[in-house]
Design a protein around this ligand. Structure first.
Ligand SMILES: *Cc1c(COP(=O)(O)O)cnc(C)c1O
Length: 387
């Protein structure tokens, strides 16, 4: 979990400000988009870099009744948080043999099962814990990643129903995940949804009585109402970042970016024309100018692939990472401006002060907004505002 600090005690080097009012507003917007569905707030990977616990609490305040995590360790940490209501359901889906199944059963987590090895381990854990496991069977409807393929589904369903009759588990959910929900009109979307309905219908015909059937991630929640079913599972949209440029900007989607990443300039200095900047001298000053040193680097999650392209707002103007982004720092050419050392450099934020957004950094680095916010490192304190 990330370090927490408040504005007055945060180190002056750099901070990631997390606007929890924006997160709550995004949750409400998404819930209004899927009014008939329960809301699972996905807070894996430390809340996509925003801090899992504060974001989980804020999402629950805004109406989330489920929390989603990838690993059981993430889910157990959520359950251990006394500030979350005990009746919030917590689900995790990325299991490996020998995982903490018994702890998960004892903590009342909903665990995803994609295959027979996992079913065997969960049954053993339920026996040891002396209480039934809450199991959600995951169907691979075409993503080709986790999930049970259609050919193996009847056997998995039959074995899960047998274990349910033996009192070892309850099948609480049937679920799947999209491959291309962020590409409007992609033919795999309708195909996956149809196959999911078929696989769910099979399980229900055999006797499964799931509380929830679900398949919608952020892009599906935002653009595909027919996929909302009983529950939606948005992650990135809750943090106010667009799932992809094809779907529009955050503002187009009615979302507000939650994270602002800012640093204090560590140095401002005059240099002559033709001066090389940073490792490899990939930038040469075009003339006499001023350089500003931004004390953040790839160890903090600023992508090195954005060397020469990453945008930063300094003194009301967009500047660009000049030369290589290094481990701890990079340089911007200030074009002769002379801000004081300590002046604010905003890498990204909501955009309404004229600063770049995480999407701008994604474009600069050839990646997606998800990766920009999620990789912000532990050395950058998270500062929570509007709690
Ligand atoms: C990460 C994840 C989500 C959330 O995806 P977003 O695109 O961030 O909304 C939903 N379901 C599963 C299984 C995931 O791994």
């Amino acid at each position: 979990m990330s370090e927490t600090a408040d504005l007055t005690t945060a180190p002056s080097r750099a901070r990631a400000e997390i606007d929890l009012a924006a997160l709550r507003a995004n949750v409400r917007t998404l819930r209004a988009t899927a009014p008939g569905a329960a809301f699972m707030a996905v807070v894996k990977a430390d809340g996509y870099g925003h801090g899992a616990l504060p974001c989980a609490r804020a999402a629950v305040e805004a109406g989330a009744t489920w929390l989603g995590a990838a690993t059981p360790e993430e889910a157990l940490a959520l359950r251990a948080d006394g500030a979350l209501p005990a009746d919030v359901r917590i689900m995790c889906w990325l299991w490996t043999p020998g995982g903490p199944w018994r702890e998960a059963v004892e903590a009342g987590l909903d665990v995803s099962v994609s295959g027979l090895w996992a079913l065997r381990e969960v049954e053993q854990a339920a026996r040891a814990a002396g209480r039934p496991a809450l199991v959600q069977l995951k169907a691979d409807t075409g993503l080709g990643r986790n999930g049970c393929p259609p050919a193996d589904w009847p056997e998995l369903v039959a074995q899960a129903l047998r274990a349910e009759r033996e009192g070892l588990l309850r099948i609480t959910g049937l679920w799947s995940h999209f491959a291309c929900a962020d590409e409007p009109g992609h033919p795999s979307i309708a195909a996956q949804l149809a196959l999911f309905h078929e696989m769910a219908a099979h399980a229900e015909k055999e006797g499964a009585r799931p509380e929830v059937r679900h398949i919608a991630n952020s892009p599906a929640t935002l653009t595909l109402p027919e996929t909302h079913l009983d529950l939606v599972r948005p992650g990135i949209a809750m943090y106010g970042v667009s799932p992809g440029p094809e779907l529009g900007s955050s503002a187009d989607l009615g979302l507000r970016p939650v994270m602002t990443l800012a640093a204090s300039l560590a140095l401002v200095k005059h240099v002559p024309g033709g001066h090389g900047v940073s490792y490899g001298h990939h930038y040469l000053t075009p003339g006499e100018t001023t350089l500003g040193l931004v004390p953040l680097g790839y160890a903090d999650g600023v992508p090195r692939h954005a060397s020469g392209t990453g945008p930063v707002l300094v003194g009301g103007k967009w500047r660009t990472a000049a030369g290589r982004i290094a481990m701890d720092q990079f340089v911007v050419d200030l074009g002769g401006d002379e801000p004081e050392p300590g002046a604010e450099a905003v890498l990204f934020g909501p955009g309404d002060r004229g600063e770049p957004t995480a999407q701008d950094w994604a474009q600069a680095a050839g990646t997606i907004g998800y990766e920009i916010v999620t990789r912000i490192g532990v050395r950058v304190p998270r500062v929570y505002v509007n709690e």
